[in-house]
Ligand binder design. Structure first.
Ligand SMILES: [Zn+2]
Length: 78
């Protein structure tokens, strides 16, 4: 089953690949991409990992945008 990683059973997320023009399934825990047939394509590169982290961060910022309160957020890396 593609939705769950066969190595760690974590839920995978589909990540669109511009170069291949399809989506691969990423296990963020193992850091690898699988195709729809559950074959590992490649591992997550350092650059992609950083991009993903930033996307998640941006998403969380958007989600946290509540009008009544200003949240203090950590800056930079921890
Ligand atoms: Zn995994």
């Amino acid at each position: 089953m593609t939705l769950f990683c066969k190595q760690c059973n974590e839920r995978r997320v589909p990540v669109f690949q511009k170069t291949e023009n399809i989506s691969f399934w990423l296990c963020e825990k193992c850091g690898n991409f699988c195709d729809k047939d559950d074959n590992i394509i490649r591992e997550l590169s350092e650059l992609e990992r950083k991009t993903l982290e930033k996307e998640v961060e941006d998403f969380e910022k958007d989600t946290a945008k509540l009008p009544q309160e200003k949240m203090k957020r950590r800056k930079g890396v921890n």
